[in-house]
Design a protein around this ligand. Structure first.
Ligand code: AHR
Length: 358
């Protein structure tokens, strides 16, 4: 069964973004079984273009993780391992220690070992795309989870089976929408970006920045531009708590007028909150903070009032990744993008989920 935390919502009415228009999109219903598919977006048979995967009793799955330096990564790894164990499959796991060159080498090594399939999150979207092509050339199927690669270099449905993951642009939009409401549309914002070149960092920035500017996925928003909301500084904190804290310390000195922080993940938000407190500022009162992920520590921070809200980005990929692999083996038509629906946490519901996330 698909983890219900991954499959909230069924709406297919949201406008398709530029990514979506190049991709087929499938969303999972709350029941986890019904597949809501816009059939006109379906690609040709998976088997026709990507390496086939024969039906066997068990499989060796290569899982090249980007790192293990935050709760989100640990939860994702555990979810993959739990599902592989449940099925009696062998998960050959590598850890790139958040080093893109190492992840490329890890994928090379998994290809050389002759795993049956690769299921992994590419740390950077351009840098890891050639690794997908290498796997294809070696006859090893690939399913990407959590992060996608650049489609100019490797195409879903042609070069790899599918991308399974969240709508990062929409996550950015949701953070911006909440912040606009919370600040009455008046804010001087510091943006802490994720890893440079990573799919979620690129798209979370786009969704947030575009919404503030009055567009979303290329279409003018009904709300229009928020002329009172200004991004006064935007810098990477690499999705890391300590880096988020250090970057916030530096940016705070340069921009003491800041009234809001948008962090691309909870870890950086928590680091930024610490930096603000150390500087005698009052996160949650004079500076409103919003972020993404929905980890347990973020729910705690929402409840203690220092963090305003967190858009969920679920790390529980094990069940959905292996179900996608089942479909691949069966030669089913896979949509290019199997979209994970995420929830939203703020003070109205944080207590309900406290301690139940990761
Ligand atoms: O790719 C998902 C992002 O990667 C998560 O938001 C972040 O916490 C992680 O490192």
């Amino acid at each position: 069964m698909i983890d219900p935390r991954l499959i909230k919502g069924t709406s297919i009415n949201r406008a398709l973004d530029s990514k979506t228009s190049r991709r087929s999109v499938l969303k999972l219903t709350a029941a986890g079984s019904g597949l809501v598919v816009a059939s006109r977006y379906l690609t040709a048979s998976v088997a026709a273009q990507v390496p086939p995967l024969e039906e066997k009793d068990t499989y060796t799955v290569g899982f090249a993780q980007t790192g293990s330096n935050n709760p989100w990564r640990l939860a994702e790894t555990k979810s993959m391992k739990d599902e592989a164990d449940k099925r009696g499959y062998t998960l050959v796991q590598t850890d790139a220690n958040e080093d893109t060159a190492k992840q490329i080498a890890d994928v090379d090594s998994l290809i050389a070992q002759g795993v049956d399939i690769l299921i992994f999150p590419p740390r950077e979207s351009q840098a890891l795309a050639p690794s997908v092509m290498k796997a294809k050339a070696a006859g090893i199927p690939v399913i990407l989870i959590d992060r996608d690669v650049d489609h100019e270099i490797a195409k879903p449905g042609e070069d790899y089976g599918a991308f399974v993951g969240s709508d990062f642009v929409d996550q950015g939009r949701r953070a911006a929408e909440w912040l606009a409401e919370a600040t009455g549309g008046e804010a001087k914002i510091i943006e802490l970006e994720g890893t440079t070149g990573a799919d979620p960092a690129i798209d979370r920035k786009k969704g947030f920045d575009d919404y503030i500017a009055g567009t979303f996925k290329g279409t003018p928003t009904p709300e229009g531009a928020f002329s009172g909301m200004e991004i006064i500084a935007s810098q990477t904190g690499d999705f890391v708590r300590d880096t988020g804290r250090e970057v916030m310390q530096t940016l705070l000195q340069a921009h003491p007028e800041v009234t809001a922080v948008y962090a691309h993940n909870d870890e950086m938000a928590i680091g930024a909150i610490a930096a603000l407190q150390e500087a005698g500022r009052k996160p949650g009162e004079d500076i409103i903070v919003v972020s993404i992920d929905g980890e347990n520590a973020a729910l705690d921070a929402i409840l203690d009032g220092t963090l305003g809200a967190s858009v969920e980005s679920s790390p529980f990929f094990g069940p959905i990744a292996f179900e996608t692999m089942d479909k691949y083996i069966a030669g089913e038509d896979l949509p290019d993008w199997i979209k994970v629906e995420d929830r939203f946490f703020d003070k109205s519901n944080a207590a309900e989920f406290q301690g139940k996330q990761f």
